[in-house]
Design a binder for this molecule. Structure first.
Ligand SMILES: *Cc1c(COP(=O)(O)O)cnc(C)c1O
Length: 466
């Protein structure tokens, strides 16, 4: 394109005022804030000018330009934090937000946050109240603990507990339990940041009671056990049960803490999941302090729950760090509503999404998978092979690390588009759908797809595969 042609195209570009006039009359722009469409006008015109000079795209009609502005603006007004469909089969997927809240929690969040509340107000006395009292009694009732407090998350709970109980003192931990959780939570680092001194004992695979006893000094502040949430040491192994540590702790006057990580209030072995000790078991074994997450197996909001002996929890409550790690009112509202459901251990499975998904029977998932397949099969092109496959879901979120949950998945293979391309297209959908690739097949696992999402999954697959 010669220079004259370029100049003439540039002259033909509609001006900013002209486009503004058109936008004001255009209903498609009704929901778009002024600042957004103004900046998109500038941005789009600059792009087109550059394209003309580079002889790329040379579309200068006002209609086309408006469409481009609208497209950019629509992208810009979408929230950055957006819902996605989890078709991975990983129930507690940390990258996808871990636990879905139950309806009761959502309702309580709305009700507490849309008005004033007694967050820190004692209604009976008309005086200042305590934030944690909304959940403390409930946690004690459900676990048998003497006292409890809830903070921002379990990483915070561990930091706070170590700092409260073992600042400048030694904390004895087994080498088999120096855990790293994804997202840079590592026990040795948390120890350093809490000003406690890590004293490792035993070996990676075996630690004995005598290892702990031998390591005791005048400066020992705490025995710490950490749940190996995301790995398992198998073979020639041995570790000291918390009850045995409690016995040693009593003899030498050293408190015992267990970071349970996921922490569960119900016995999942009834549902064919692994048999790990519940929080109730750990309280019974006599641990002085226990911490766990709110949004892992509990199925509630992000939170860290600390419970245990009253004298120990009192020390933690009075640490100024507690204020920095305090739980906010939305979380507290969600946590209370979630915990209340645990008063009925049958009902709770149906009402808390995490528990429902973890315990959904294979037959049920197969029924859902078949229904999806039946909808898709007749409308997908011949070059697509879609089948049911017996594969596995994962609990995720540092719970039952080696447990595979039998699931009935849907596998998709297309001659026209690779599994990687299909994965990418679904991920970039308006409502992103996150699946997985196994043996060159794209796989979706109905276990983590919610009932009201099945329709979107079907419609999107039809759109992309056709
Ligand atoms: C997950 C986990 C944590 C961190 O809990 P968050 O609630 O994610 O902060 C700490 N310790 C263990 C053992 C865990 O499994």
């Amino acid at each position: 394109m010669d220079n004259n042609k370029k100049q003439s195209l540039l002259r033909k570009l509609p001006g900013v005022d002209n486009l503004l006039e058109l936008i004001k009359k255009d209903v498609r722009f009704k929901q778009i804030p002024q600042n957004v469409y103004k900046s998109k006008i500038r941005y789009t015109l600059e792009n087109i000018r550059a394209n003309i000079l580079n002889e790329d795209k040379i579309e200068v009609s006002a209609k086309k330009i408006l469409a481009t502005i609208l497209e950019h603006a629509k992208k810009d007004i979408k929230n950055n934090l957006t819902g996605v469909i989890n078709a991975t089969g990983v129930v507690l997927h940390t990258n996808l937000g871990r636990s879905l809240l139950c309806k009761e929690a959502l309702k309580n969040i709305t009700s507490i946050s849309s008005g004033y509340s007694n967050l820190e107000y004692n209604i009976q006395k008309g005086t200042r109240g305590i934030r944690y009292s909304a959940v403390e009694e409930l946690i004690c009732e459900l676990t048998g603990a003497e006292a409890a407090i809830a903070v921002n998350n379990n990483a915070g709970a561990v930091l706070l507990s170590l700092n409260s109980l073992a600042e400048n003192k030694e904390v004895i931990v087994s080498r088999g339990e120096l855990v790293e959780i994804g997202g840079s939570f590592r026990i040795p680092d948390v120890m350093t940041k809490s000003n406690a001194i890590l004293k490792e004992v035993g070996t990676t695979n075996r630690t004995h009671a005598k290892d702990y006893t031998k390591a005791i000094s005048d400066n020992t502040g705490l025995f710490l056990k950490v749940h190996t949430s995301n790995y398992q040491i198998e073979g020639f192994t041995s570790n000291v049960p918390v009850a045995d540590l409690v016995t040693i702790g009593k003899k030498y006057d050293i408190p015992v803490m267990e970071d349970l990580g996921s922490g569960m209030l119900i016995d999942f072995s009834k549902y064919g999941l692994g048999s790990e000790p519940t929080i109730i078991d750990t309280v019974k074994s006599g641990a002085d302090v226990i911490s766990f997450s709110g949004d892992k197996l509990l199925g509630g909001p992000q939170a860290g729950i600390i419970l245990g002996k009253k004298n120990i929890i009192d020390i933690i409550k009075s640490n100024p760090l507690t204020r920095a790690l305090r739980i906010d009112k939305l979380t507290l509202a969600a946590l209370e509503a979630t915990l209340r459901l645990y008063r009925d251990d049958i009902d709770v499975i149906k009402k808390i999404p995490t528990l429902r998904m973890l315990t959904e029977p294979y037959a049920n998932i197969k029924r859902r998978a078949s229904a999806i397949l039946k909808k898709l099969e007749p409308v997908l092109p011949k070059n697509v092979e879609i089948k049911l496959a017996d594969l596995f879901s994962r609990p995720g979120g540092g719970a039952f690390p080696s447990l595979k949950l039998p699931s009935c998945c849907i596998t998709i293979q297309s001659k026209k588009i690779s599994a990687a391309e299909l994965e990418k297209k679904l991920r970039n959908n308006d409502t992103p759908i996150i699946g997985r690739i196994e043996d060159n097949c794209f796989v979706i696992d109905p276990r983590t797809i919610q009932k009201d999402e099945e329709k979107i999954v079907c419609e999107t697959l039809i759109k992309i595969l056709n």
